[in-house]
Design a binder for this molecule. Structure first.
Ligand SMILES: Nc1nc2c(ncn2[C@@H]2O[C@H](COP(=O)(O)OP(=O)(O)OP(=O)(O)O)[C@@H](O)[C@H]2O)c(=O)[nH]1
Length: 364
């Protein structure tokens, strides 16, 4: 097969909650007849993004059009999961016009691009571009930067400590691998804030990489697709914190788990408990569904750092178990039992007294 007929694959990367799923939904809504296959690489075997997309009702987002790679690190499952998935897509009787891959918000994109160098894939697919979404609001708020005081305290406690910030590393790897950067959540920053952010980020990008501001991932598909980067052929220009890792790297910086509970009678109280849990623990992301009694639809909950969004996404299906369950992603070592208890029951009186909440939400 000639290079000209390779299927273009777009890698959508970006930290947890930057807006990848939202952008993909917008892309599918505006695909204008282009047949796009979706591959989703989740962190942990939880299937939440697939569930959110297939529940959004947009043509092209049906469950059967989405392939999920359940292991958060694609480079470790290349042979078992990624290659067979890609082969199935490209060898189908009616192969897609384009492939869009949503990486886990904790994934390093370079190993994924590297996987396209495997001979079985290279002859049929090319990486059209790595599109990195940035949560402009979170970055401007310094969420990926080290807290200098905290680092100093750690250093004082342990001279030998090699302090790497896993958030910063993932974020920088995603930037330095980009062919295009979308500054998403522009609605949450003013123009001056966006300008400062743009200047700061530009210094961390490869030369010539464009920054495009956006709200809710509303970017013209013509801007996202057709970058023609052939990224698998110029990996050397995309530095990574893990270049020296020799394929042997650590997956243990982050933990993910599910908290299940019953129908939610008092939504405001739950929101206050979630806000308290986010403040008390190293929680990076919360997403899931709630059973609200008397409502025919399930409620989708999206928490990114301290921000919490919620809306009804689709009616419960006939025979579907109505349940409330939230996926929590946090830094490694997070106290799962304490988080689950706080979400289900709230802070204990002693906890509330020991650390009054800084936000507007009070402990429930
Ligand atoms: N205000 C605002 N919220 C946004 C924007 N884009 C996405 N969101 C919200 O941010 C939350 C996370 O969006 P997602 O699209 O799920 O983010 P993601 O990058 O796919 O998240 P992970 O898969 O967990 O990494 C949701 O509540 C979205 O509605 C935006 O431009 N502005």
């Amino acid at each position: 097969m000639s290079a000209a007929r390779k299927i273009p694959a777009t890698v959508i990367t970006g930290f947890l909650g930057a807006g990848k799923t939202t952008l993909i939904r917008h892309l599918m809504e505006n695909a204008q007849g282009k047949r796009i296959a979706l591959v989703i690489n989740e962190f942990g075997d939880l299937g939440m993004d697939r569930e959110i997309l297939s529940g959004c009702g947009v043509p092209g987002c049906e469950d059967e059009n989405i392939v999920e790679l359940a292991n958060g690190c694609i480079c470790c499952t290349v042979a078992d999961e990624f290659l067979p998935t890609m082969e199935k897509l490209v060898l189908a009787d009616n192969p897609p016009d384009a492939i869009v891959i949503e990486t886990s918000g904790l994934a390093l994109p370079k190993p994924l691009v590297k996987a396209f160098q495997w001979p079985e894939i290279r002859s049929r697919v090319t990486v059209d571009g790595v599109v990195t979404l940035v949560d402009a609001h979170a970055v401007a708020a310094g969420r990926f930067a080290d807290d200098p005081d905290a680092v100093q305290k750690l250093r004082e406690a342990d001279e030998a400590l090699d302090h790497d910030n896993p958030l910063e590393e993932v974020f920088e790897d995603q930037l330095s691998c980009a062919d295009l950067v979308i500054l998403n959540k522009a609605d949450l920053l003013d123009e001056a804030g966006m300008d400062v952010l743009e200047q700061d980020l530009r210094a961390r990008l490869r030369p010539g990489v464009k920054l495009v501001p956006a709200a809710y991932g509303k970017v013209d598909p013509a801007v996202l697709l057709g970058l023609d980067a052939g990224a698998e052929d110029d990996l050397d220009t995309r530095p990574s914190h893990h270049d020296d890792a020799d394929g042997d790297h650590d997956h243990d910086d982050f933990d993910t788990f599910v908290v299940e509970f019953g129908a939610v009678e008092d939504l405001e109280a739950l929101e206050a408990r979630l806000a308290a849990a986010v403040e008390d623990h190293d929680i990076l992301r919360i997403k899931g569904f709630l059973d609200i009694p008397g409502k025919p639809a399930r409620m989708l909950v999206q928490g990114v750092g301290p921000r919490l969004d919620r809306w009804f996404d689709r009616p419960w299906k006939a025979g579907e178990e109505r349940k409330s369950h939230l996926v929590v992603i946090g830094l490694h070592g997070i106290d799962r039992a304490a988080v689950a208890r706080e979400i289900r029951e709230g802070r204990t009186a002693a906890e509330a007294q020991a650390a009054p909440l800084s936000g507007s939400a009070g402990a429930a």
